[in-house]
Write a protein that binds this ligand. Structure first.
Ligand SMILES: NC(=O)c1ccc[n+]([C@@H]2O[C@H](COP(=O)([O-])OP(=O)(O)OC[C@H]3O[C@@H](n4cnc5c(N)ncnc54)[C@H](O)[C@@H]3O)[C@@H](O)[C@H]2O)c1
Ligand SMILES: [Zn+2]
Length: 376
């Protein structure tokens, strides 16, 4: 494992997708290079920056001046912060604002924000004039390691999360790790759960590295860049092999089947952030793997120890009201995973760094496992 030699050197991770390849530029202070990079990609393009009210307060001025420094004038489109902006009414406003700004093919949309903005702006870019190019400037840890990479864009429907969307790859991802300094520790931790996920899926050495370097990742500095770059490299490699999730990309859902159900049961509220639900989901997936005889119990305990060490939740029984009703959780799992004849697909583990897609898991077995866990 190597870390960049100097703090100011960006780490570049390439996402190799035939005619639609792009770079992820990662580094502290890299925002300043945004204008030059965009001008090099699309000389003379008009630019519209889509962001949320919280992010705008912290990071809009620096983004605008990074563009102005390269002679780029930009329009700003601001939406309220939070998941509720991934909705039809807000999407309509954003599309309308893009057309009012006379954005045309060849112009560039910038998604400046967390996963909500990336998903919303990416989807608006996918459909306005049948597809505008866009740049991701992720400002949460979750967005820097996960949602800004891979081209999944979406809004939510009353039928569920992320149900209306498109695959639309960005032309550039610029992750300035200093932007995370204004993020709350709780949001940072939630994003960290996704970093742990990558180690658990396919890279035991990375998980071991996290066990001894997590404090430096939280503190900022080269270890943070390294963790983000390693995560992006893993996601980029998986996306390059399976862009549309016909197979291997499903591994990225480790911890997400249980996690999404818990998140939905908590009403997608601030009570349980996505990454916190993922931490609980990972703990459950490992415990379930133990139960199915895939893993020694010590391995699941080791994973739980690390999640708990950074302050992430691991005990699902700690959640009261609706979220711990097994009947409701099973309903939500069924909705998420489309149970066929009582059988489910699950991401399980044979070890740290050795996840697998288990199809044909019996819903009754999952229910018995949940009953047991919720009673603990
Ligand atoms: N497309 C994908 O592949 C993918 C993958 C994972 C998650 N997602 C989506 O991502 C969304 C969650 O993303 P998120 O956790 O980034 O949520 P978010 O975008 O809502 O950001 C979380 C909060 O942090 C604030 N914020 C963002 N950056 C900040 C900064 N630098 N300083 C201070 N505050 C800041 C936001 O205003 C918001 O209130 C969900 O909608 C999820 O479905 C998409
Ligand atoms: Zn996730």
């Amino acid at each position: 494992m190597t870390v960049p030699l100097r703090v100011n050197d960006p780490v570049i991770v390439d996402v190799a997708l035939a005619g639609r390849s792009y770079s992820i530029v990662i580094g502290r202070g890299q925002l300043i290079s945004l204008g030059q990079r965009m001008a090099a990609l699309r000389p003379g393009a008009k630019v519209a920056i889509i962001s949320d009210e919280t992010v705008v307060k912290h990071h809009f001025a620096a983004t605008e001046s990074a563009l102005a420094g390269a002679g780029i004038r930009s329009t700003r489109i601001t939406v309220p912060a939070g998941e509720k902006s991934k909705s039809f009414p807000v999407l309509e406003q954003v599309c309308d604002a893009l057309l009012t700004a006379r954005m045309e093919r060849g112009d560039l949309v910038v998604a400046l924000g967390g996963g909500v903005i990336g998903d919303l702006a990416g989807f608006a870019a996918a459909i306005v004039r049948r597809g505008l190019d866009y740049v991701q400037v992720p400002t949460t840890l979750l967005a820097q390691v996960d949602s800004s990479v891979g081209g999944k864009t979406a809004i939510d429907s009353r039928h569920g999360k992320n149900l209306i969307g498109a695959f639309h790859q960005p032309v550039l991802v610029l992750s300035d790790t200093a932007l995370l300094d204004t993020l709350s520790i709780r949001e940072f931790r939630a994003g960290y759960a996704e970093i742990v996920k990558y180690g658990l899926i396919a890279d035991a050495d990375f998980f071991v590295w996290l066990e001894s370097h997590w404090q430096e990742v939280f503190a900022g500095g080269p270890a943070r860049e390294h963790a983000i770059a390693a995560s992006c490299r893993m996601k980029a490699a998986i996306v390059a092999r399976d862009e549309r999730e016909l197979g291997e990309r499903a591994l990225l859902n480790l911890g997400h089947t249980f996690g999404h159900a818990l998140e939905a049961a908590a009403g997608f509220s601030g009570r349980l952030l996505h990454g916190e639900a993922v931490a609980l989901g990972i703990a459950l997936a490992f415990a379930f793997s133990v139960k199915r005889g895939l893993l020694p119990v010590g391995t699941a305990e080791r994973v739980e120890r690390h999640l708990a060490m950074v302050g992430l939740p691991i005990k699902v029984s700690g959640f009261t009201d609706g979220a711990t009703d097994p009947e409701r959780l099973m309903d939500l799992i069924a909705q998420d995973k489309k149970v066929k004849h009582g059988k489910l697909n699950f991401i399980l583990a044979r070890g740290i760094g050795a996840s697998l897609i288990a199809s044909n898991v019996d819903a009754a077995e999952v229910r018995a496992f949940l009953d047991e866990k919720l009673a603990q």
